[in-house]
Design a protein around this ligand. Structure first.
Ligand SMILES: NC(=O)c1ccc[n+]([C@@H]2O[C@H](COP(=O)([O-])OP(=O)(O)OC[C@H]3O[C@@H](n4cnc5c(N)ncnc54)[C@H](OP(=O)(O)O)[C@@H]3O)[C@@H](O)[C@H]2O)c1
Length: 292
């Protein structure tokens, strides 16, 4: 792959709510924190370099959350990239807190979400957050109350576009009665297809689908992935990303990494095209795994 081809633009564009257009291969910044998504990254200079290389490679959609670090991830993004390139979209999240390494607690109460948005604005050094995602519905808070708060923050000009994460189709439908929803971020890969019906729903409704954990796990997935990767002289991660890009035009993968080498590999996947039978073989992995 020559340097000219190495650009996220090779994945094409995706529109977020008809308002913003970004390249269809983004970057998930979560890894650029300490062990257990807690505290600062071990190699801060390395993390800054990865983020700067990300935008050099044409990536103009970066995913983060107030809970990554917590706070550290947003601060590192601002340190690396502020003042931001004009086309860069930062999508952050709130409503799921991180009280310690590898721990999560819910808080999507209206008062917490308001504080969370104010905190993200400050750390990201923004007047308005382009995409704000409810990180996960809070089981003890009315889902409508959480979404209404984000809709109000949008009306106040603090958020441009509202989005959801870790939701079902029913959640999306309920949220859309309150405010337009521009993207949905759920766990998804060729080998992990619990949310296939949500991908289809998003496609029908022009909502971007942002898959996290794009590689997929399991023995059968690994075997099929390696076989196809060898044929393309590509890495398994690149093949998994190429499958996602082909799965639907509303798919916006955000592979994360703390390594420039891996970042360049992941961006190169934007130019990789799978043959029909390769795509089908990967698509059949969940059924194949169930019969073994
Ligand atoms: N909404 C949610 O609830 C939720 C949950 C999880 C994640 N996310 C978001 O989704 C993004 C992606 O998450 P994820 O779980 O898929 O991945 P991730 O946590 O960002 O980590 C990806 C892993 O794959 C490795 N990797 C990346 N590229 C590679 C390559 N080319 N070759 C070999 N290894 C590679 C990374 O290691 P190296 O650092 O060594 O490359 C890392 O261990 C996150 O950054 C975050 O923004 C959201």
């Amino acid at each position: 792959m020559n340097k000219k081809q190495l650009s996220a633009s090779a994945a094409g564009y995706i529109s977020l709510g008809g308002k913003i257009s970004v390249h269809r291969l983004g970057f998930g910044a979560m890894r650029l924190t300490g062990e257990g998504i807690w505290g600062p990254p071990k190699d801060r200079q390395g993390a800054l370099a990865v983020l700067r290389r990300t935008v050099e490679l044409g990536v103009n959609f970066i995913d983060t959350a107030d809970s990554y670090g917590p706070h550290v991830n947003e601060e590192v993004i601002a340190e690396a990239l502020f003042p931001y390139p004009g086309d860069l979209v930062i999508a952050t999240k709130g409503g799921w807190n991180r009280p310690g390494p590898n721990q999560w607690t819910h808080d999507a109460t209206p008062s917490h979400l308001r504080k969370a948005v104010e905190g993200s604005l400050k750390r990201l050094r923004l007047d308005r957050i382009d995409v704000y995602q409810l990180h996960i519905p809070d089981p003890v808070v009315s889902f409508e109350a959480s979404v209404e708060t984000l809709a109000q923050l949008r009306n106040e000009g603090k958020i441009r576009l509202v989005a959801l994460s870790n939701v079902t189709q029913e959640h999306i439908e309920r949220a859309r009665k309150i405010v337009p929803i521009v993207s949905v971020q759920n766990r998804y890969s060729f080998a992990d297809r619990e949310w296939d019906y949500v991908v289809d729903y998003c496609e029908r409704n022009g909502i971007a689908f942002i898959p996290w954990f794009p590689l997929g796990a399991g023995k059968v997935a690994g075997e099929v992935l390696h076989q196809i990767a060898q044929a393309h002289r590509a890495s398994p991660t690149q093949i998994a990303l190429a499958w996602l890009l082909r799965r639907s035009p509303i798919m916006l993968p955000i592979p994360g990494t703390s390594s420039i080498e891996h970042l360049e590999q992941n961006v190169a996947a934007a130019s990789l095209r799978l043959a029909e039978e390769e795509y089908e073989k990967l698509s059949q992995v969940p059924e194949l795994a169930a019969t073994r």
